[in-house]
Design a protein around this ligand. Structure first.
Ligand code: DC
Length: 251
């Protein structure tokens, strides 16, 4: 029975699959698929930075005041709970899942995530959440900082225009949620421009910049459909599993 197979896989697969890459590269779709396929827990670390940014915005903490943000991080509890489609995000116990995907929070999350004090707090929680393995964790620094010993590391990328259009479609699909977003859909060129600005910040920050781990499987989805990219990621995990099986059989 399928259910049995999944629980069997769950108990066996205590691995960490790290998925890193810029916005719109397809990380969430791929992570979701791998989690379902291999019976792993899907943890979206970007949602944690987003929840923290939401709190800073609500409390009017300046987004460039690293000391104040650091104090705020020390008294903030952020949890991710696995859900079918996306994680449920709890900010100090409040479910903020529907409030963190709008443009204001997206921009704020990218700004607050440059500060080492914030990153250290998030990384610590992420390491706790993944400590038992059995997870697909997606973000920007999972393979380099959070789980440098992850069994499988995938770095996803795609041309900015392609990622921008994917993000544009996504914004259209989910609708913009939350009161800060009672705005019409921005034109595609604005989405691409914002995404480039975010890329720039994520790739050039001093602490844990977005970059592939030296042992990551590089997957460029510019000329792939998301379905093809999903299959390539699945093949990377299967290749690792086959290698482990071979090593086990030689013992
Ligand atoms: O993946 P996302 O778009 O939800 O991430 C939101 C922001 O959080 C992104 O601009 C960079 C930051 N982030 C990070 O610095 N490190 C992570 N592991 C995940 C996200």
């Amino acid at each position: 029975m399928r259910a049995d197979k999944t629980s069997e896989q769950k108990s066996k697969l205590n691995i960490v699959v790290a998925i890193d890459g810029p916005a719109g590269a397809g990380k969430s779709t791929i992570a979701r698929h791998l989690a379902r396929h291999f019976g792993l827990l899907n943890l979206e670390t970007g949602a944690m930075y987003r929840a923290f940014a939401l709190k800073a915005l609500r409390l009017d903490v300046p987004l460039d005041d690293s000391a104040a943000l650091g104090r705020l991080a020390a008294e903030t509890d952020i949890r991710l709970e696995p859900g079918d489609d996306e994680n449920r995000v709890l900010l100090d116990g409040e479910d903020v899942t529907g409030q963190i995907r709008n443009q204001v929070v997206t921009d704020a999350a990218s700004r607050v995530s440059i500060f080492p004090l914030i990153r250290a707090a998030m990384v610590k929680r992420q390491q706790e959440m993944g400590s038992k393995g059995g997870v697909v964790m997606e973000g920007r620094d999972i393979g380099t900082v959070v789980f440098p010993n992850a069994e499988v590391k995938i770095f996803l990328d795609a041309a900015p225009e392609v990622r921008g259009m994917r993000r544009y479609d996504q914004i259209g699909q989910i609708g913009q949620r939350g009161p800060a977003d009672a705005k019409p859909l921005p034109p595609p060129e604005d989405v691409i421009r914002d995404l480039r600005a975010r890329d720039e910040r994520d790739r050039n920050r001093a602490d844990s910049p977005l970059r592939p781990a030296s042992d990551a499987f590089l997957l460029d989805s510019t000329n792939l459909t998301l379905d093809e990219a999903v299959k390539a990621a699945e093949a990377a995990v299967n290749a690792w599993l086959a290698k482990r099986e071979m090593a086990d059989s030689q013992r």
